[in-house]
Design a binder for this molecule. Structure first.
Ligand SMILES: [Zn+2]
Length: 481
């Protein structure tokens, strides 16, 4: 449905070129030399990294002994060996550390501090303060980009871009997920009548209950009006909600198509929460482009994903026995849903190992406080590497996360269309991490932890500190060197 973007085309070209040598993919030409770059961008800050090994987000290898120049907010030069730093440049000697793209979280929620049910009883200012600390926690953990798939509106993106929020990652936001009465988005009391006024989360446009194609179109348009950049729907039931069996399908084909029509008219796409095989296939067949959770992944679905150019965004903590200890699933009714869901998703890991989808992105989906979720993110990183290997985990958390907006959105709706996200490449955004060691061999270097709640490296109230340098948009937020 969507034209191939320049990014998509160049990624293909890049992966072919990189099969032979990195230097081919990232040529050092006179035009791209650091001195020329400073001539044309005299006012921009220049930072030069010397003596770094590069993980570029795409290849399963390090490129040893490189120099990388950051001019303004982009990577301007990548060259093997030590280059002469321009005058006034800040020089950082990496001393053989790994330079890699900042991480990309493709499924999170800024505005659900107490889950779906608990947050409905919170006031907007409590939620907003939580959302800010949550976004800041992500940057502390080395994430340069987060994708809010339900709850936050475009004001968060606006505040990140215009500098009102300084210490946060880039933020993509969908606004309120769209789903019908009785769905995963319905957090009301059982005694609620159809004539009752909207629930708190609907009033705050954090969740919506939309029924029928016309209602869905209006809610989708309202979300874009409020600055959302893509549409989120719930096409199956979930676990942490009351009235929706996870096995059921929320929308009819014409309702799904209504959401896809509006997203397409805005140059964007629809993401859906979906568990069951039926829900996932109905979504892919109706033009939905990202499947969130997607636990029943199988060979037939794999073909559909490839045909549709769609992405699979799964939270692997769903397969952990520790999931039952998460605060927002303690209700006995929700525990029962969780048990039946986990039993039904047994083939996911094996099928991903077998089919190796290169369109799988990273998803933590934590709802709760920043301290609780920092530990869940650490465990999610660990499970990605444990199930699928370090490279597969790192690719999901970098270049694949960057491909979602680049391949599914027109430039005019994409707030970060100026450069690539999740790769180290000339011209890409300078969202970078400097790591002491090789994350392709040791996933703990980017925060992966086998323990979840018992994570000793992350006592309550602290976030990870292993990374030596965290840069977003050319600005250094942490530097221990
Ligand atoms: Zn979610």
């Amino acid at each position: 449905m969507y034209k191939k973007t320049a990014f998509q085309k160049s990624l293909v070209a890049l992966s072919i070129a990189m099969a032979s040598s990195f230097a081919v993919a990232a040529p050092m030409s006179n035009e791209a030399s650091p001195s020329n770059a400073t001539d044309t961008k005299a006012a921009e800050q220049v930072i030069v990294f010397h003596n770094v090994n590069i993980f570029n987000g795409i290849e399963n290898k390090l490129h040893n002994d490189f120099s990388v120049v950051v001019t303004g907010n982009k990577i301007s030069t990548i060259q093997q060996g030590k280059i002469k730093a321009p005058e006034n440049a800040k020089v950082i000697d990496g001393e053989g550390r790994t330079l890699m793209p900042a991480l990309v979280e493709s499924h999170m929620h800024l505005a659900l501090p107490k889950g779906l049910l608990g947050t409905d009883d919170m006031r907007w200012n409590e939620i907003a303060i939580h959302a800010q600390s949550f976004a800041e926690m992500y940057l502390d953990l080395g994430f340069g980009t987060i994708r809010d798939v339900g709850g936050a509106d475009g004001s968060w993106t606006d505040m990140e871009r215009d500098g009102r929020l300084t210490e946060v990652p880039r933020i993509y936001a969908s606004g309120a997920p769209i789903a019908p009465i009785g769905s995963h988005a319905d957090v009301g009391l059982q005694s609620r009548r159809l004539s009752d006024s909207p629930q708190n989360l609907e009033i705050l446009n954090i969740m919506s209950n939309s029924n029928g194609a016309e209602d869905i179109k209006m809610q989708a348009r309202y979300n874009y009006r409020q600055g959302a950049q893509f549409t989120k729907v719930f096409q199956s039931g979930g676990v942490s909600s009351k009235f929706d069996p996870w096995q059921y399908t929320s929308f009819t084909d014409d309702e799904l198509k209504a959401a896809v029509d509006i997203a397409t008219s805005y140059g964007s796409y629809v993401a859906t929460h979906a568990y069951s095989d039926k829900a996932i296939k109905s979504a892919l067949n109706n033009g939905v482009k990202t499947i969130e959770h997607g636990f029943t992944f199988n060979e037939e679905q794999h073909k559909l994903y490839k045909e549709q150019g769609a992405f699979l965004v799964t939270n692997l903590t769903a397969f952990s026995p520790d999931l039952a200890n998460v605060p927002v699933v303690q209700d006995p009714m929700i525990q029962a849903k969780l048990e039946s869901a986990q039993a039904a998703f047994e083939e996911y890991v094996e099928n991903v190992q077998k089919l190796d989808p290169d369109y799988r992105a990273f998803n933590t989906d934590c709802v709760g406080t920043a301290d609780i979720c920092a530990k869940q993110i650490a465990h999610e990183i660990y499970l990605n590497a444990k199930f699928f290997g370090n490279f597969n985990a790192l690719r999901a958390m970098t270049s694949t996360g960057g491909r979602i907006p680049a391949e599914l959105m027109e430039d005019w709706i994409n707030p970060y269309s100026d450069a690539k996200i999740g790769v180290i490449e000339e011209g890409a955004y300078a969202d970078l991490l400097l790591i002491d060691g090789n994350p392709l061999e040791d996933i703990s270097l980017i925060g992966g932890r086998e323990q979840w709640f018992e994570n000793d490296a992350m006592p309550d109230g602290s976030h990870l500190t292993e990374m030596d340098l965290i840069m977003k948009d050319g600005k250094i937020f942490k530097n221990t060197l």
